[in-house]
Design a protein around this ligand. Structure first.
Ligand SMILES: [Zn+2]
Length: 436
């Protein structure tokens, strides 16, 4: 982008000089010539910008270079009197090529001068086409050139040379300043320009600038997914592998009651939750969890239903034994779908409960009247069914109708009202980012 801006500045300056020269010497200013010349100059900037930062070393790319230089072979003999002769045209392009090779060397530290042969081949083709155009449209060239008054003005058609020289001086200056200062201005400028383009994710309040590339990559994998879902999923690291140590956070860093525990948010080995109390039999939970559970249980009793706690608080040590025992029977991959690795279990918080209508049997719970009632009503007591059906790719766990988590009624009611199925989504929308 910087090259284009510098180039357009140079074009403007050169054509202003041309205009003033014409005015000063009483020559009729040719507007068609100017338009053709400006278009041609912009085209030259494109060629410089295209070639200065790439080393052409494939046959298909050489073919592209040939194509790129055909217009130069066509236009030059049409506009510029001095370039009437093919040899001069070739010399000009040759010089131009050498400058590009130097720019490539400065930019990339390597160059491939062979491409010059292909540029000249392109010019040759263009020149033949140009001849054909001149024969067919006899008046075209006449209308494009600036008529000189005898030999008084010999420099008028110099604007191409002035332009190219000033462009190259500008480009070289940028390169040399970058080399000396160690700053990449062109790249920074381009980045800035790209950033001002409105990124579609920037409209989503919980989107994070640093994640834009990840959103785009994730959206490519799930083209039908809505942008907001892409954003909260990527923010939750769901574009990464579960348990990837690079993306795992210590959730209890600043609190003894972390809200989100999952396969990317763990507690420390020696984590101790807020004060625990007995919820039922020997099971322990937080005070609020116990209170909410008891209220729910007594309301269910009025409807002739009963539930029991099958599991509640578990220490990291306890989870370690549990997980290792599962590993004796199943592969790690399978165990990960139903049991958390030590440190990653919600049961560490004292707010997660496994419940069933049959004491000690969680597997019987699915499909029971009690399970259906809990699924539909637990939000009223501040609970959520944490691992819902069809959310396996978000939670990392199979459907667990028995596993409910106390999050408080504010969160559970919001999730219910807004149809938010997972705590992961809730945390991105309401905790990690505030809606402005
Ligand atoms: Zn559980």
């Amino acid at each position: 982008m910087l090259y284009y801006i510098l180039g357009i500045l140079a074009i403007t300056a050169v054509h202003l000089i041309l205009f003033m020269k014409c005015y000063e010497r009483g020559i009729r200013y040719n507007r068609k010539h100017t338009i053709a010349s400006v278009l041609f100059s912009i085209y030259m900037i494109f060629v410089i910008d295209y070639l200065q930062a790439r080393v052409v070393d494939k046959l298909s790319e050489f073919f592209v270079v040939t194509l790129i230089f055909i217009p130069i072979g066509i236009i030059m003999p049409l506009i510029y009197r001095r370039f009437r002769y093919f040899v001069i045209n070739v010399l000009f392009v040759g010089l131009f090529d050498i400058c590009i090779v130097i720019l490539q060397g400065l930019n990339l530290g390597e160059f491939m001068p062979v491409f010059i042969v292909f540029t000249l081949f392109g010019v040759l083709i263009g020149f033949v086409v140009s001849k054909f155009i001149r024969i067919t449209f006899k008046d075209l060239r006449k209308s494009l050139i600036i008529k000189k008054l005898k030999k008084r003005v010999v420099f008028l058609s110099m604007e191409a040379e002035i332009l190219v020289v000033s462009l190259l001086v500008l480009f070289f200056s940028v390169e040399i300043i970058e080399k000396v200062s160690g700053n990449n201005y062109v790249e920074k400028f381009d980045e800035k320009f790209e950033k001002t383009e409105v990124n579609k994710y920037s409209k989503i309040y919980f989107a994070e600038k640093d994640n834009y590339e990840r959103y785009e990559a994730y959206a490519k994998i799930y083209p039908d997914m809505e942008d907001e879902e892409v954003v909260w999923r990527v923010n939750s690291n769901l574009d990464q592998y579960f348990y990837d140590s690079e993306y795992v956070n210590l959730a209890d860093k600043n609190t003894d009651d972390p809200l989100l525990i999952n396969k990317f948010n763990r507690v420390a080995e020696d984590f101790e939750p807020v004060k625990l109390i007995t919820i039922e039999e020997t099971y322990q939970s937080t005070k609020e969890t116990s209170k909410a559970y008891k209220k729910m249980k007594s309301d269910m009793k009025k409807l002739n239903m009963n539930i029991y706690v099958v599991s509640a608080y578990r220490s990291v040590e306890y989870q370690k034994n549990l997980y290792n025992n599962y590993l004796k029977a199943d592969s790690r991959e399978d165990v990960d779908t139903y049991s958390a690795r030590p440190g990653y279990s919600e049961h560490h918080t004292g707010r997660a409960l496994d419940i069933s209508h049959i004491k000690g049997n969680i597997n019987a719970f699915e499909g029971s009247e009690e399970a259906k009632w809990v699924y539909a009503n637990c939000h009223k007591y501040g609970f959520i069914v944490r691992y819902k059906e069809n959310q396996t790719d978000v939670t990392g766990y199979m459907y667990e109708p028995w596993h409910i988590t106390y999050v408080g009624t504010e969160i559970s009611e919001t999730m219910h009202k807004e149809n938010i199925e997972t705590l992961e989504e809730y945390v991105e929308r309401y905790v990690n980012h505030k809606n402005k």
